[in-house]
Design a protein around this ligand. Structure first.
Ligand SMILES: Cc1cc2nc3c(=O)[nH]c(=O)nc-3n(C[C@H](O)[C@H](O)[C@H](O)COP(=O)(O)OP(=O)(O)OC[C@H]3O[C@@H](n4cnc5c(N)ncnc54)[C@H](O)[C@@H]3O)c2cc1C
Length: 419
């Protein structure tokens, strides 16, 4: 029986493990921590299952806005200056990937293939794992101070339109009715009805992993460090707990995948875009539908544990300590959005978190075989869309394992695109 090792038990690894089982393989999950625990981006994300997440982070003209973003202490983007020399090559690639509208549109189509139908796919996975209450499909709302602010994002909505995303425009009166607690400075909104959200991403990942275990998956608490490859064939995955025999392996270690990719023969430009969240428990008011304010670029979503505001991009590497000011920026923006929230929140009622988005410079994940052995698959680098894109990524893992044609074109995710 072919032994498949899945390295990393975040949402991408959890979905890959279930897909490998479904395809008839024997699976071992290698993960040193709790699956869906606080160390994983999959724990603390914005919860959005957004089929409209098709606009890459870098768009034409971003370089002109960069100085303003970076000098704005309340802005959504920050770079730790001491880290700049290290990250400069990645940043250059990042800006170039969004240099023209044609490039952004190409990336948009590739992202859409990964996020299309995601709320339904997640709902089916959650049902099988006995946690259907964790997935809700009530749409996603983008809110703007005015229609003009919406029109200022014409490129983003053009990409969404061309890739098949549908939306409804909502005027001021209807917005008041839909969202009575929202600050009155927002007077226009766009509703993406096909969107959904997860009410507890960490618990969801844990439930998927538990289901895979119940179906016979072996769970090993270990950190993968490399591979033993003989004559191009994988023999085992090396870990801090010893060798684990495997015929095939899938690297799903999120932002920590770079070292493993190198051990599999590929030097890939994976960076971490650090993000933050704040969760307020017992919040008296909040959004009826998950929403993203255009002036904060953050998601506001009710979860099982409270009202979560998530966002921010901080380029500072894997090692630097969190800068909790960035979480406070999110909290303060949330308070400005909902004037009915208490101005002073006791520390026991608010929890901050920082995590690592695994980001490739062009906004697309790396999904494809490794150079050192065709038995190893890269499947990481999902950046801002890992939660929503995990089930479709797992379809590609399954196709690779079974040797059938990918269910949708996958060239855009090839690790070889970085030369
Ligand atoms: C603030 C924020 C908001 C976000 N909002 C959204 C959103 O609304 N919607 C969305 O779709 N995406 C969102 N994202 C992105 C999404 O969370 C990530 O893309 C996704 O969680 C990545 O999943 P992953 O499984 O690749 O990595 P992770 O969830 O980070 O999991 C990687 C796992 O690998 C393990 N690991 C690390 N090294 C090793 C090793 N050597 N051996 C074995 N295991 C290892 C880790 O312990 C970890 O459990 C957001 C991210 C952030 C930070």
């Amino acid at each position: 029986m072919t032994q498949v090792a899945i390295i990393g038990g975040g949402i991408v690894g959890a979905c890959a493990a279930l897909a490998a089982q479904r395809a008839g393989f024997t699976v071992t999950l290698i993960e040193p921590e709790t699956s869906g625990g606080e160390q994983a981006a999959s724990y603390g994300n914005g919860c959005w299952l957004s089929p409209s997440s098709v606009v890459p982070p870098a768009v034409p003209g971003l370089w002109k806005k960069l100085p303003k973003f970076l000098s704005d202490p309340l802005g959504p983007l920050a770079i730790r200056w001491s880290y700049l020399p290290k990250v400069a090559p990645w940043l250059v690639r990042y800006l170039l990937s969004g240099w023209t509208e044609a490039r952004v549109m190409r990336t948009g189509h590739a992202l859409r293939a990964l996020v299309r139908g995601a709320p339904e796919l997640h709902a089916a996975l959650a049902e099988e794992a006995g946690v259907s209450h964790l997935i809700e499909r009530r749409g996603l709302l983008y809110i703007y101070p005015s229609r003009t602010d919406f029109e200022a994002e014409a490129l983003a909505w053009r990409v969404r339109g061309e890739t098949g995303v549908k939306w409804l425009e909502i005027g001021e009166d209807e917005l008041r009715q839909r969202e009575p607690d929202l600050d009155r400075r927002y007077r226009f909104a766009v509703l993406v009805e096909e969107g959904g959200h997860c009410r507890n991403p960490g618990a969801y990942v844990a439930a998927l992993v538990a289901q895979a275990e119940a179906q016979g998956m072996q769970r090993v608490y270990a950190r993968a460090t490399g591979f033993t490859i003989e004559g191009g064939r994988l023999k085992s995955v090396s870990t801090d707990q010893g060798e684990i025999l495997a015929d095939r392996a899938v690297i799903c270690a999120g932002a920590h995948s770079r070292v493993l990719a190198r051990a599999a023969g590929d030097s890939l430009p994976l960076e971490t875009e650090r993000g933050y969240h704040a969760v307020i428990t017992d919040a008296p008011v909040g959004p009826r539908t998950p929403m993203m304010p255009s002036d904060g670029k953050m998601s506001l979503t009710w979860t099982e544990t409270g009202l979560r505001v998530a966002g921010q991009v901080e380029i500072a590497g894997l090692e630097a300590a969190p800068n909790w000011k960035r979480a406070e920026i999110l909290r303060d923006h949330l308070l400005r959005c909902f004037p009915g929230l208490p101005r002073e929140i006791p520390t026991e009622k608010i929890k901050f978190w920082m995590g690592h988005r695994p980001s490739m410079p062009d906004g697309l994940p790396c999904i494809g075989p490794a150079s050192a052995s065709g038995d190893i698959l890269h499947c990481f680098g999902h950046g801002h869309v890992g939660l929503v894109a995990a089930p479709r990524s797992a379809e590609l893992v399954s196709a690779w394992l079974t040797g059938v044609e990918a269910p949708f074109p996958a060239e855009a995710y090839s690790p070889t695109r970085f030369g």
